[in-house]
Design a protein around this ligand. Structure first.
Ligand SMILES: NC(=O)C1=CN([C@@H]2O[C@H](COP(=O)(O)OP(=O)(O)OC[C@H]3O[C@@H](n4cnc5c(N)ncnc54)[C@H](OP(=O)(O)O)[C@@H]3O)[C@@H](O)[C@H]2O)C=CC1
Ligand SMILES: Cc1cn([C@H]2C[C@H](O)[C@@H](COP(=O)(O)OP(=O)(O)O[C@H]3O[C@@H](C)C(=O)[C@@H](O)[C@H]3O)O2)c(=O)[nH]c1=O
Length: 258
């Protein structure tokens, strides 16, 4: 029986893992959120690790507000770098395999082709910079880890994401203007969660950096179109291509993961 500790369990990926957990009876899960294990508090992290002695820790806790991170970089750093540092120390102490989730936004997006795990990151916004620093800490201090970079993550059910924003706006009858200048691969949290749990179940993958997405490159505009189509709103909604939507952070033009 593998003991699996999950952090940030009330986020969209964490909630999806909770939903899928019964399908993996060979694992004993311990789901934590900010109130039961705040990853920025080293003493809380140590205590949970000492009590649980997890074989694996899936880190779903993160600062994910890309625009807001430009205004409060320290808050993003606290969670995505310092929080990760505390997890790294605890994993080292308890001999726990860390499964950490990272992002396509570690790349600058200037390549024409997709980005593979060996490509050199060069983040262009605060969120991406803090996520890259988190990755680097893990690589520097742990031998037994998976850094799984994913992209354009969405859950139809849980949390805040582009999918739910677009659908809510369409349902409210709001006009939608969506950029077609950025390209990436949307990823359903259900598919990512299965990939992560299968890493544990099969124990066949080599440690290191992995890329996981649903593998279908598109622009945000095309993603909005497909969301509306899937939900029967394509004809009813007013969807335009355009750059009117106000953002603070720069985003990679091409962040397709391969
Ligand atoms: N969303 C996306 O499009 C993408 C996400 N990723 C990565 O995937 C991972 C999961 O993302 P996602 O599920 O979307 O993120 P969410 O923002 O949905 O969830 C993050 C969770 O972390 C929790 N959290 C915040 N502060 C702390 C803390 N101090 N200690 C413990 N938990 C805390 C949040 O709780 P609360 O809400 O109470 O603050 C929230 O439940 C992240 O590493 C993210 O960087 C990668 C690519 C794309
Ligand atoms: C909602 C909306 C967004 N946009 C644009 C803004 C931006 O360029 C792009 C995506 O918008 P969002 O702000 O919803 O998504 P964003 O927060 O950039 O999503 C990112 O989140 C982090 C956590 C990741 O790790 C990334 O993989 C990626 O999923 O679409 C529009 O043009 N119109 C709209 O109505």
């Amino acid at each position: 029986m593998k003991r699996v500790l999950v952090t940030g369990s009330s986020g969209q990926l964490g909630m999806t893992l909770q939903e899928l957990a019964p399908e993996y009876p060979e694992m004993r899960f311990h789901f934590t959120d900010k109130s039961s294990m705040d990853i920025t508090r080293p003493e809380e992290v140590s205590l949970v690790f000492e009590q649980l002695k997890p074989d694996y820790c899936i880190n779903c806790a993160a600062y994910t507000r890309v625009d807001q991170a430009e205004k409060e970089p320290d808050a993003a750093y606290e969670l995505n770098v310092r929080g990760v540092k505390h997890l790294v120390s605890a994993c080292k102490e308890s001999n726990t395999v860390l499964i950490h989730i990272s992002t396509d936004y570690v790349f600058d997006g200037t390549r024409k082709e997709g980005y593979g795990p060996e490509d050199v990151p060069n983040p262009i916004n605060v969120y991406g910079k803090t996520k890259l620093e988190g990755e680097q800490l893990i690589q520097a201090h742990l031998d037994h880890y998976f850094i799984v970079r994913t992209s354009w993550l969405y859950s139809r059910k849980y949390g805040h994401n582009f999918y739910k924003t677009i659908l809510a706006k369409a349902k409210a009858g709001e006009a939608l203007t969506v950029t077609d200048k950025e390209r990436g691969c949307p990823t359903d949290t259900v598919n990512l969660a299965k990939y992560l749990l299968d890493l544990i179940a099969t124990r066949s993958a080599e440690y290191g950096i992995k890329h996981f997405s649903d593998g279908e490159p598109m622009t945000w505009y095309e993603f909005a179109e497909s969301i509306l189509n899937d939900n029967g709103y394509r004809d009813k909604a007013d969807l335009q291509r355009g750059e009117n939507y106000r953002t603070f952070a720069q985003r990679p033009v091409n962040s397709v993961l391969i």
